[in-house]
Write a protein that binds this ligand. Structure first.
Ligand SMILES: Cc1cc2nc3c(=O)[nH]c(=O)nc-3n(C[C@H](O)[C@H](O)[C@H](O)COP(=O)(O)OP(=O)(O)OC[C@H]3O[C@@H](n4cnc5c(N)ncnc54)[C@H](O)[C@@H]3O)c2cc1C
Length: 307
């Protein structure tokens, strides 16, 4: 496998807002950094945000893709070839600061971990012909779904926001939540219960999906008995998981989240982490960008430069 001779000041794993923020600050401090991003484009989860972004002080964006473009512009401008896309990290040795990727082996004096979250997939035996009718995101197909009956499984913010959004687009919506109580924000849960176009079943599990060439019906059950839900699409909103399997065993972690101190240092020497994957933390763009920035400062200090 190809091996770069260079020992980077820092190897940044993940090209979302945390990774890019850390890289920009390191670059400004004249540190030799490289960002390894497995996707074709930088931006992490940002492009999957279907709605306007109001809570990021750097600007008001029409949607996630608009914010991603700005991130990409600034990354291209200042990082250029230091941002390696289509570069999948396959394994890491945190004590040796060695990172194995499909594009070769990278060595660093420090590492910044910023691999973010991924969608939690539905662990259910969906018949093959109906698999295309089980979706994880509805934003991009919202117009196609207009007026069609849909079922949503899940009980968090994402499930409830999706239910409200699709009901406002004229879809008859049925929400099936496994728990008796919603985890979502109480204000949006109240709006959901008040919405004429949304039927809600709590304490409910799916038993089967049926249809011919496309999904037609879901059979679910709760303590009151069986429930038949006519629908054309099922949208699974089951939350997110941290992408930390490659390194969580090598550092102190809790439920897949990497423990960091106030400098965003992990328990492994010279290894820092930020963004969604850290605890304590908050899964928001501003936190990701801020933690990347703070980690860059810590990296600078670790390398013996002034804070
Ligand atoms: C639907 C939705 C709506 C949201 N709305 C908002 C909002 O309105 N406001 C807000 O502030 N936040 C919002 N968020 C949250 C916000 O997008 C995240 O908090 C933020 O993107 C986290 O940044 P990150 O850099 O930690 O991780 P990510 O954005 O997840 O980036 C991590 C990157 O690491 C890469 N990566 C992972 N594993 C590897 C590997 N092995 N090798 C190479 N690269 C790898 C991934 O491909 C990804 O590009 C929303 C999220 C979602 C999903």
């Amino acid at each position: 496998m190809a091996q770069t001779e260079n020992i980077y000041d820092s190897i940044i794993v993940g090209g979302g807002p945390a990774g890019i923020s850390c890289a920009l600050e390191c670059h400004e401090s004249a540190l030799d950094v490289v960002v390894l991003e497995r996707e074709e484009r930088a931006g992490g989860q940002i492009p999957s945000i279907p709605s306007p972004i109001f809570n990021y002080v750097a600007g008001h964006f029409e949607n996630g893709e608009a914010a991603r473009k700005e991130l990409e512009n600034v990354a291209n401008l200042f990082l250029g070839e230091r941002l390696l896309t289509n570069c999948n990290v396959q394994s890491l040795d945190l004590s040796r600061k060695e990172v194995v990727t499909n594009k070769g082996i990278f060595r660093g004096k420090t590492i910044f971990l910023a691999t973010g979250y991924r969608l939690r997939r539905w662990d259910f035996p969906v018949p093959e012909l109906l698999a295309k009718d089980v979706l994880y995101r509805s934003g991009i197909v919202r117009e196609e779904l207009q007026g069609k009956p849909v079922a949503i499984i899940g009980g968090g913010d994402s499930a409830v926001f999706t239910a409200l959004d699709l009901a406002d687009h004229g879809c008859p919506v049925t929400v099936l939540a496994r728990s008796e109580k919603f985890k979502a924000r109480p204000d949006i849960v109240a709006r959901m219960y008040q919405h004429d176009g949304i039927e809600v079943h709590t304490g409910t599990s799916v038993k089967s999906l049926s249809g011919g060439k496309r999904l037609e019906r879901i059979l679910a059950e709760n303590s009151k008995g069986d429930i038949y839900v006519p629908c054309e699409k099922l949208i699974a909103k089951l939350g997110y998981l941290p992408n930390t399997e490659l390194f969580a065993q090598q550092v102190d972690s809790s439920q897949g989240h990497i423990k960091v101190d106030e400098r965003f240092a992990t328990s492994a020497e010279g290894v820092f982490a930020g963004g969604d994957i850290v605890t304590p933390g908050y899964d928001r763009i501003a936190f990701a960008a801020g933690s990347g920035m703070m980690a860059a400062r810590s990296i600078r200090c670790y390398l013996g430069q002034t804070p």
